[in-house]
Design a protein around this ligand. Structure first.
Ligand code: SF4
Ligand code: SF4
Length: 234
């Protein structure tokens, strides 16, 4: 009886051995069938950035959330965007000279922006960029996305150069402002920021470090959220 049991077990092992080989071969064939069927389909991926049929920005949908930009020529200086931003990405200053209201500062710190779009929703201005199917706002997302820099200070895009002033736009009910193609202003601001901002911001920080009274200047401390120096206890 014991010998018969051993023979049956050996036969079972033999059958299991060949069944395993068959299962393995079948699973390899199934996998290769999927591979070969995909090899015949056209690729849906693209080689970025050097082998594109057209610029990547032209391949993106109009509502893409790329770099945020503002067209100051149709901005009314209402500051609704700055108030709507939950993390103080937008820093504005609006002054007055006689009857004129002037935008003296409009910085967007894209290093902090989380692309939520609350500022765009708050903007009351309607603008039309050439070639766009939909209208946009004075502040809007563009299809530009290549904003990588090696110095985080270059991510502060300054739409009003320090010392300049821009007269606010008038916005009548139902008015649609003409505006440049989306992305153009962000590209200009990005180039300027890369050239100017790292050095300028570093200089402000160095001045704050070396001059104990510079921390009292609200323009300097507010400019890049540098904490004001605590007043020494007498
Ligand atoms: S997209 Fe959101 S986080 Fe960025 S500036 Fe606008 S409100 Fe602020
Ligand atoms: S971008 Fe729009 S919301 Fe912001 S200040 Fe200008 S008009 Fe007002």
């Amino acid at each position: 009886m014991a010998r018969q049991g051993t023979v049956i077990t050996a036969r079972r092992n033999e059958v299991g051995y060949f069944a395993n080989i068959w299962r393995s071969a079948r699973s390899i064939l199934e996998g290769m069938a999927v591979t070969f069927s995909i090899m015949r389909r056209p690729a849906i991926t693209v080689h970025y950035p050097d082998r594109l049929p057209m610029p990547m920005q032209d391949m993106l949908p109009e509502r893409s959330r790329g770099l945020l930009e503002v067209d100051l020529l149709c901005c009314t200086g209402c500051q609704a965007c700055a108030r709507a931003c939950p993390i103080d990405v937008i820093r504005m200053r609006v002054g007055r000279e006689g009857k004129l209201r002037l935008i003296e500062r409009f910085d967007i710190d894209l290093g902090k922006c989380m692309y939520c779009g609350l500022c765009v929703d708050a903007c009351p201005v309607t603008a039309q960029a050439p070639g766009d199917a939909e209208t946009t706002c004075a502040i809007r997302f563009s299809k530009e996305f290549e904003g990588t820099v090696t110095d985080i200070n270059a991510m502060v895009y300054r739409y009003v150069r320090p010392g300049d002033k821009v007269v606010v736009a008038k916005n009548k009910k139902g008015m649609v402002h003409d505006t440049p193609p989306r992305g153009q202003l962000a590209l200009e601001a990005r180039k300027l920021a890369a050239q100017v901002n790292p050095g300028a911001i570093r200089a402000i920080r160095e001045r704050l470090a070396s001059d104990p009274t510079a921390g009292d200047n609200p323009d300097l401390t507010a400019a890049f959220k540098i904490p004001a120096k605590p007043k020494s206890k007498k």
